[in-house]
Design a protein around this ligand. Structure first.
Ligand code: SAH
Length: 248
């Protein structure tokens, strides 16, 4: 069974969009994953097909109704009972490569896309829905976030990426940014490819790449570096143990 993606949205025409080209598009064509959109408006109960209402307590914008969202989620869950339901929300837990890998290892995902001011909060109590953020900035809707999440999952599905190993060394997979890449020409505007990469000495290249990955992470992403170092050193007792191990 292919990885089944279901997207609940007010703008089904946005899909597959960018997921219809290149790696993800080819994989879709080859049946390595499937995509179904569900129009949230189809689950409105009144004749005007209303999906939103004004915020309780006042304020700008409109809020998506919990009853309409629940009907759409129930429909999707009926069709893909095993797929976790994720709701795109800046209030959710930030998406990580580890979570992406976990999701890609499953049978599929259902993604609820918000619009306007977002969801009536009760949807998260009334249904098993996990809020997920793609970063600390505000999009106008969840659809692009859903595409980001799907793209990240799809490239990990078996058979999608050419070289099976090319996913392993990427940024974040090791808790670090990836080392920098270079390709021909060797000399571009007087800037040359680092000598070591042309040496053919694989051990030296690996050591250089490790050093670069660490240095760049420390400089550009101190948050990642701190977490990486914390995990490496571990608890104070773990650090002590390791120190003892290194002593003669
Ligand atoms: N008022 C909300 C933002 C609503 S933006 C707030 O301040 O929290 C409208 C919709 O865009 C959201 O419901 C969500 O589905 C989507 N969205 C916006 N930013 C997002 C982000 N960083 N990650 C995931 N989804 C996002």
């Amino acid at each position: 069974m292919p990885f089944a993606a279901t997207v609940l949205t007010l703008y089904p025409d946005m899909f597959p969009g960018p997921l219809g080209v290149s790696l993800a598009g080819r994989a879709l064509g080859e049946g390595l994953w499937s995509l179904e959109t569900v129009h949230i408006r189809d689950f409105a109960a009144d004749k005007h097909r209303t999906v939103d209402d004004t915020p309780a307590g006042g304020g700008a914008g409109m809020v998506l109704r919990a009853d309409v969202l629940a009907a759409a989620v129930d429909h999707a869950r009926g069709r893909s009972p095993e797929a976790p339901v994720l709701a795109m929300s800046p209030r959710g837990r930030p998406l990580t490569q580890a979570r992406v890998r976990q999701l890609a290892g499953g049978r599929g995902i259902t993604i609820l896309c918000g619009r306007f001011e977002g969801f009536d909060e009760r949807i998260f109590d009334g249904r098993d829905v996990e809020p997920v953020s793609i970063g600390d900035y505000i999009l106008s809707g969840g659809e692009l976030g859903a595409m980001v999440l799907l793209d990240a999952c799809i490239r990990l599905l078996p058979g999608v990426m050419g070289a099976a190993s090319s996913g392993i060394e990427e940024s974040f997979e090791s808790g670090l940014l990836e080392y920098p890449h270079y390709t021909r020409p060797v000399d571009w505007e007087g800037r040359t490819i680092p000598e070591v990469l042309r040496s053919g000495d694989h051990a030296k290249i690996a050591a250089w790449r490790k050093h670069q990955a660490e240095a760049d992470t420390r400089l550009r992403r101190p948050d990642l570096w701190e977490r990486h170092e914390g995990a490496r050193v571990g608890s104070p007792s773990g650090a002590r143990r390791r120190q003892q191990d290194q002593e003669p």
